[in-house]
Design a protein around this ligand. Structure first.
Ligand code: PPS
Length: 480
C-alpha cells in the first residue's frame, strides 16, 4: 500500500475522529499480531461497519447509475451491488435484467413499483441496471436528490467491444465481415432503426436517452425520439442544479443552458431550430451536465473511482473491485486515448470509429475534460496517492480471493454462481475463488467475484423472498 497522505486520510476517514481511528486500528493490528497465524491471511478492511463512524460526512445511499453499454459499467455495477447488499439498501430492479431496453426507461418496469399514492411502497435506494435513460420516468422511482452518475468510454474502444459482443445482435455488424470493413464503409451496412443497429453507432448517446440530430434519424421506422411514442422528454434544469431542480419544460427536447433562467417558458425543440450539429451536441451535453453529478471515464477508471468515493463520502474500500465483463484475447490498443504505440492500421480504425460515432466522441471529450477539471480540484498528487492505494488493495484482494490472482477463462469456471453470462464472439472472463478461505473472507470474495446477472438474482431473491403459504389451521373455525 502507498503511504497515507494526511490530506487523503482526512478526506476519507474524517478529521474529527482521525485520532480515534488510528487508535482503534493500532489496537486491532496489535490484537491480530498477537493472534497471529490465520489472521494474517484475513482481508484487512472487512469491517465496513466500523467506517461510517469515522466519516465526516454522511455517505450518500440514494443512487442512480446509468449503466451504459460496453464501457466498464459492469465493474461499477458490481461495487454498487456489493455496497447495497452489505448495507441492506433497496434496489429498483428490472423484472429480468434490463428495463425494457432499447425502449426508453419506464417506471412501470421496476419490480414492485407502485405509482405514487398507490400503496405503502418503501423508497428505492439504488437504480443501476441497463436502461435507456429517461429522466422523467426515473424521477417516478428515485428521489430527485439522488446522486446521478454514469460512465463513458472512448468510442474507438467501445466500438471494438460492441462489435465482438453484438456481432449477431446488430444487423449492421452481422452483415460486416470485420470492424475494419464496417468502419471503412459503414453506410453499406448500417440502417438507422434496423434491428439492433443502435449498438453500431453512437451507443452512449443512445443510452443517455438523447435525441438524435434530424439528419441522423431514420427515414422510416426508427427508435429515435421524434417518432418514438416513448420519446424522451429532456427537461431544462438550471446548470449545475442537478436532478433535484424542477423540470421546467417537459415537452421540449434540448435547450441551451442560457435559457434556463426563463422558467416556464415554452422553448422550441431543436427540431424547430435550424441549428447545426454542433449546437445540437452542445445543448445535449449541457443538459447532461445539469442532470448528472459525475460521469466516470473508463480509460481513467481508478481515478474515477476515487472521485466517486469522494463524492459519495464512501471509503476507498467501498469502490475497490474486480474488472467484470472483460472479453478474452482483446488487444488493449484501442482502449488507449492516445494514439502512441498503435499501428497505422489501428490508428486509422480509431480515427474512423471516432468519426462514425461523432456524438459519442463529443460526449467522451466533454466528460473526459470534466473529469480532469475535477481531478485538478481534488488535487493531482492526492489523487495519485489514492489511486495507488486502491490498486494495491485490489491486487491484495485478487491475490487473496482468486485462483491465480486474476480472471479466468470461463471454461474453467465450474461453479455456476461465478460463471459470467457468455455472449458474443469472444469469451467473457470470470473468477474462480481460492479454497480454504475463512467464512467471512469467503463471503466478501464471493461478493467481489459474482457476475452481474447472478448478483441481480441474489438481490432479487433477498428483496422478494418467496411467499410461503401457511397451511390453514383446521382446528379453528374459519369464520365466527
Ligand atoms: N475497470 C475497467 N476499466 C476499463 N475497462 C473495463 C473495466 N471493467 C470492464 N471494462 C471493459 O468494459 C467492457 C465491458 O463493458 P460493460 O460492462 O459496460 O458491458 S455490458 O454492456 O454490460 O455488456 C469490456 O471491454 P472489452 O473487454 O473490450 O469488451 C471490459 O473489458
Amino acid at each position: 500500500m502507498g503511504p497515507l497522505s494526511p490530506a487523503r486520510t482526512l478526506r476519507l476517514w474524517g478529521p474529527r475522529s482521525l485520532g480515534v481511528a488510528l487508535g482503534v486500528f493500532m489496537t486491532i493490528g496489535f490484537v491480530l499480531q498477537l493472534l497471529g497465524g490465520p489472521f494474517h491471511r484475513r482481508l484487512q478492511p472487512l469491517a465496513p461497519s466500523l467506517r461510517p463512524a469515522f466519516l465526516s460526512c454522511p455517505p450518500r445511499q440514494r443512487l442512480v447509475f446509468l449503466k451504459t453499454h460496453k464501457s466498464g459499467s459492469s465493474s461499477v455495477l458490481s461495487l454498487l451491488h456489493r455496497y447495497g447488499d452489505r448495507h441492506g439498501l433497496r434496489f429498483a430492479l428490472p423484472a429480468r435484467y434490463q428495463f425494457g431496453y432499447p425502449r426508453l426507461f419506464q417506471a412501470s418496469r421496476v419490480k414492485g413499483y407502485r405509482p405514487q399514492g398507490g400503496g405503502t411502497q418503501l423508497p428505492f435506494d439504488i437504480l443501476c441496471h441497463h436502461m435507456r435513460f429517461n429522466l422523467k420516468e426515473v424521477l417516478q422511482v428515485m428521489p430527485s436528490d439522488s446522486f446521478f452518475f454514469s460512465i463513458v468510454r472512448d468510442p474507438a474502444a467501445l466500438a471494438r467491444s460492441a462489435f465482438s459482443y453484438y456481432k449477431s445482435t446488430s444487423s449492421a455488424f452481422r452483415k460486416s465481415p470485420s470492424l475494419a470493413a464496417f468502419l471503412a464503409n459503414p453506410r453499406a451496412f448500417y440502417r438507422p432503426g434496423a434491428r439492433g443497429d443502435h449498438y453500431a453507432r453512437n451507443l452512449l448517446w443512445f443510452d443517455f436517452g438523447l435525441p438524435f440530430p434530424p439528419e441522423m434519424r431514420a427515414k422510416s421506422r426508427n427508435l429515435h425520439p421524434s417518432r418514438d411514442p416513448n420519446a424522451p422528454e429532456l427537461q431544462v434544469l438550471p446548470s449545475g442544479a442537478g436532478p433535484q431542480a424542477q423540470a421546467l419544460n417537459p415537452n421540449a427536447l434540448i435547450h441551451p443552458v442560457s435559457t434556463v433562467a426563463d422558467h416556464g417558458s415554452q422553448i422550441p425543440s431543436p427540431a424547430s431550430f435550424h441549428m447545426g450539429s454542433s449546437s445540437f451536441i452542445q445543448w445535449g451535453l449541457a443538459w447532461l451536465d445539469s442532470v448528472f453529478d459525475l460521469v466516470m471515464v473508463a480509460e481513467y477508471f481508478d481515478e474515477s473511482l476515487v472521485l466517486l468515493a469522494d463524492a459519495l463520502c464512501w471509503g476507498l474500500d467501498d469502490v475497490v473491485g474486480f474488472m467484470h465483463n472483460a472479453q478474452a484475447g482483446r488487444e488493449q490498443g484501442l482502449s488507449t486515448v492516445s494514439n502512441s504505440g498503435l499501428t497505422a492500421e489501428d490508428q486509422q480504425l480509431t480515427a474512423r470509429a471516432r468519426a462514425w460515432n461523432n456524438l459519442d466522441w463529443a460526449l467522451y471529450v466533454h466528460f473526459n475534460r470534466s473529469l480532469w477539471a475535477r481531478i485538478e480540484k481534488y488535487g493531482q498528487r492526492r489523487l495519485q496517492t489514492a489511486v495507488a492505494e486502491l490498486r494495491a488493495r485490489r491486487q491484495a484482494l485478487a491475490k487473496h480471493c482468486l485462483v491465480g490472482g486474476e480472471a479466468s477463462d470461463p471454461k474453467y469456471i465450474t461453479d455456476r454462481r461465478f460463471r459470467p453470462f457468455q455472449f458474443g464472439s469472444a469469451k467473457v472472463l470470470g473468477y474462480i475463488l481460492r479454497s480454504g478461505l475463512s467464512p467471512q473472507d469467503q463471503e466478501e470474495c464471493e461478493r467481489l467475484a459474482t457476475p452481474e446477472l447472478q448478483y441481480k438474482d441474489k438481490l432479487d431473491a433477498k428483496q422478494f423472498p418467496p411467499t410461503v403459504s401457511l397451511p390453514l389451521k383446521t382446528s379453528r373455525p374459519l369464520s365466527p
